[in-house]
Design a protein around this ligand. Structure first.
Ligand code: IPE
Ligand code: IPE
Ligand code: MG
Length: 238
């Protein structure tokens, strides 16, 4: 257990899980094998978050842009998602983890949607730990959708344009109710957001590691926590 005090630990970690493809290719394996190994990492990271008492974990699992990948790869990812929910649903309950999804759920295959909706409903009562999966998610699409909802309220006369505030805008995002991420981790050496949590990342701390997602282990996780604990978050103040 780390000796980092709770006020120096992030309440919300969001992870851009990258490098599954490279992990597989470097071993002469098909990319889908990398995604399988990456799914095992998800389980481990969930354990680390429980162990180190991180209340919110958000995982970027599939972006709106990832639909451009080959049908074989997309199908393999969707199957892994269903398998994950079948195998881990009970564990999520056991640890009282609430499951949330951000993104365009409707675009996912029916078996994945059914499992997700069931798990979301059944875990809605839990409050201590929240696992949010970003699936078919795009930050810009999410912002546009919030703008559309607010515009509809203005058109219906229920609010005036000047009533729109940063808080009310945030409450129309899919992440309403979930605090902004304190720490955003991206694996595999890339240093970009790739359309992840554009609004919510406003004051997040970033930590990048060359480690590929399937190789992400407890030591890497501790390294990220250690690094975060030394950051000075100033929010514009002197
Ligand atoms: C991340 O690994 C998983 C998803 C984006 C679904 P990648 O599949 O992007 O792996 P690389 O970047 O090709 O190595
Ligand atoms: C970002 O990774 C999306 C996920 C991790 C789900 P990508 O591998 O799709 O991002 P780019 O294409 O390198 O920006
Ligand atoms: Mg990638």
């Amino acid at each position: 257990m780390t000796n980092i005090s709770s006020d120096k630990r992030p309440a919300h970690i969001a992870i851009i899980m990258d490098g599954n493809g490279r992990w597989a290719t470097s071993r002469g394996l098909p990319r889908t094998e990398g995604h399988k190994a990456g799914a095992d990492t998800v389980l481990r990271v969930l354990d680390y978050c429980l162990k180190y008492d991180i209340h919110y974990l958000t995982l970027y699992a599939f972006s709106t842009e990832n639909w451009k990948r080959s049908p074989t790869e997309v199908a393999a990812l969707m199957k892994l998602l269903s398998d994950f929910l079948d195998a881990q649903g009970a564990k999520l309950h056991q640890h009282k983890v609430r499951l949330c999804v951000i993104g365009d759920l409707e675009r996912l295959p029916a078996p994945a949607q059914t499992r997700l909706r069931k798990q979301i409903d059944e875990s809605a009562k839990y409050t201590d730990h929240v696992l949010t999966l970003a699936l078919s998610y795009g930050g810009r699409a999410e912002i546009v959708q919030a703008a559309q909802k607010l515009a509809a309220e203005v058109a219906a006369g229920t609010i005036r344009p000047q009533d729109i505030t940063e808080d009310s805008f945030a409450n129309h995002l899919q992440t309403a109710g979930i605090p902004d991420p304190d720490l955003i981790i991206r694996t595999a050496g890339e240093q970009r957001l790739s359309n992840f949590l554009l609004w919510q990342a406003s004051y997040a701390e970033f930590w990048f590691t060359p480690v590929l997602w399937p190789d992400f282990d407890e030591t890497t996780f501790q390294e990220a926590l250690e690094n975060f604990s030394q950051r000075q978050r100033r929010y514009g103040k002197a």
